[in-house]
Design a protein around this ligand. Structure first.
Ligand code: ACO
Length: 403
């Protein structure tokens, strides 16, 4: 057998950067962020201005097509999306097959994957621009319907068909919360808060789910399959799943007597795996600019809706205690976007396991834009290397000789 312990192959040395902490995988002109300064912009427009002045669909158009839409372009984009909000009737049979306690993120990724079965034209990597454009519109249109129907299904309630005279966010709320033969009033405060939340989540350069979308797509897998991969990555509690984990943590603190300091101590204890969910960020080592905007929206939503919730009081106490604690200060661990988004979703009456679904709805235009950029730039298939640290080459041992 060859002794591989000292081999150096013709490809030379390999850069080892586990977790890609400082390795650029692509060039991109979509999102700029500076984690030290706490700056974020989409296509050059500061996130603060977009959150204040734009609609979610306007931002989606900007991310996907590179420029803010004119009034005509926006109404065309919005009308096309509206026309595609319905799901094929066979989807109902798929929903029927899921147990009522299925996690909506699992349902979402399965159903997005299954869109390839309904629209196989998207599988062809050489499909023309018209097919790609239709795929983009279908994804934007159908994701809210899939999300709302998976919620309805889990509640055992009748599925509500999209109401196409409503705007994107209102239509989603209608499909989620309306019931047949009952009036449902859409609260503008809720629509406005969701619009801002979706914009803030719309892209965040090469995060875990977006890198997943790009790497799946780099094998020339369809946009549907790539986005389904992104949804699965986003589900993880260290990524988008953190917004659900935040509320679960706050509830646990409340049920344990509400002693915030005890949990701060647990988070600092290196012999304890507990981390404060919703604190810290891989890139932001300063206050996350999205968290600043959300914090404001959070205060205003809670005030406008008149929500009084002991869990939200625990959140405030935890935030204050962490911001004044040396451990968190030294490590630059600030509340991230997920800390406040979970609180807003709860105040809006969304069930905890839907929080990450909301994140996915927001991140969708970013995933689409990044996938499109990667394919338009003809990027090669993503294929990281490794540094092998396993056994030296050894001879096969027959089963009766193994110990
Ligand atoms: N609570 C307590 N300590 C923490 C936390 C936390 N939430 N986050 C980081 N630390 C500590 C680490 O223990 C480490 O301490 P050490 O230097 O003494 O060893 C130091 O801060 C650096 O942490 P890393 O894990 O190296 O930072 P990394 O960049 O790898 O992780 C992450 C970033 C995953 C977000 C981490 O901060 C975390 O687990 N936070 C909680 C989960 C969360 O909120 N995720 C949402 C991310 S935002 C998003 O996806 C939109």
């Amino acid at each position: 057998a060859i002794d591989i312990s000292n081999l150096r192959s013709a490809t030379g040395f390999i850069t080892l950067d586990t977790g890609y902490k400082n390795t650029g995988a692509t060039k991109s002109s979509i999102t700029f962020l500076d984690g030290e300064l706490g700056v974020l912009s989409y296509r050059g427009y500061p996130i603060e201005q977009l959150a204040e002045k734009a609609s979610f669909l306007e931002v989606a158009y900007l991310l996907i097509y590179g420029e803010l839409p004119t009034a005509d372009q926006l109404s065309n984009f919005s009308n096309r999306i509206t026309k595609h909000t319905n799901l094929h009737e066979n989807f109902k049979k798929i929903f029927d097959g899921f147990p009522s306690n299925a996690h909506p993120m699992g349902v979402l990724s399965s159903l997005v994957s299954s869109l390839t079965a309904f629209y196989p034209g998207a599988i062809d990597p050489d499909a023309n621009a018209e097919v790609l454009d239709l795929t983009i519109v279908r994804l934007m249109a159908k994701l809210p319907t899939i999300a709302a129907w998976s919620y309805k299904n889990s509640k055992g309630q009748p599925l509500m068909y999209p109401k196409n005279n409503l705007d994107y966010v209102s239509n989603f709320l209608y499909m989620m919360f309306a019931l047949p033969n009952q009036d449902y009033v859409i609260d503008p405060v809720v629509v406005e808060a969701l619009n801002v939340l979706l914009i803030l989540h719309a892209d965040h350069e090469q995060n875990c789910s977006t890198s997943t979308v790009r790497i799946v797509g780099s094998a020339h897998a369809s946009l549907y399959s790539s986005v389904a991969g992104g949804i699965n990555a986003l589900w993880g509690p260290l990524h988008g799943g953190a917004n659900q984990a935040v509320i679960e943590m706050l509830e646990a603190i409340k049920n344990d007597g509400g002693d915030v300091k005890k949990y701060i101590a647990k988070a600092k204890d290196k012999n304890d795996n507990f981390r404060l969910m919703g604190f810290g960020h891989r890139v932001y080592k300063n206050f996350d600019p999205r968290a600043k905007i959300i914090k404001k929206a959070c205060d205003s939503v809670l005030a406008k809706l008149g929500v009084k919730d002991p869990v939200l009081e625990i959140a405030k106490g935890l935030e204050e205690a962490a911001l004044n604690d040396d451990y968190f200060k030294e490590r630059k661990l600030y509340p991230n976007v997920d800390f406040y988004s979970g609180i807003i979703y709860r105040a809006l009456g969304l069930r905890t396991d839907l929080f990450t679904v909301m994140f996915a709805l927001g991140r969708l235009p970013g995933w689409i834009a990044q996938w499109k950029e990667m394919r338009e730039d003809n990027e090669p298939i993503g294929r990281p290397r490794q540094v092998y640290i396993g056994s030296n080459t050894r001879d096969f041992v027959p089963i009766d000789k193994r110990k």
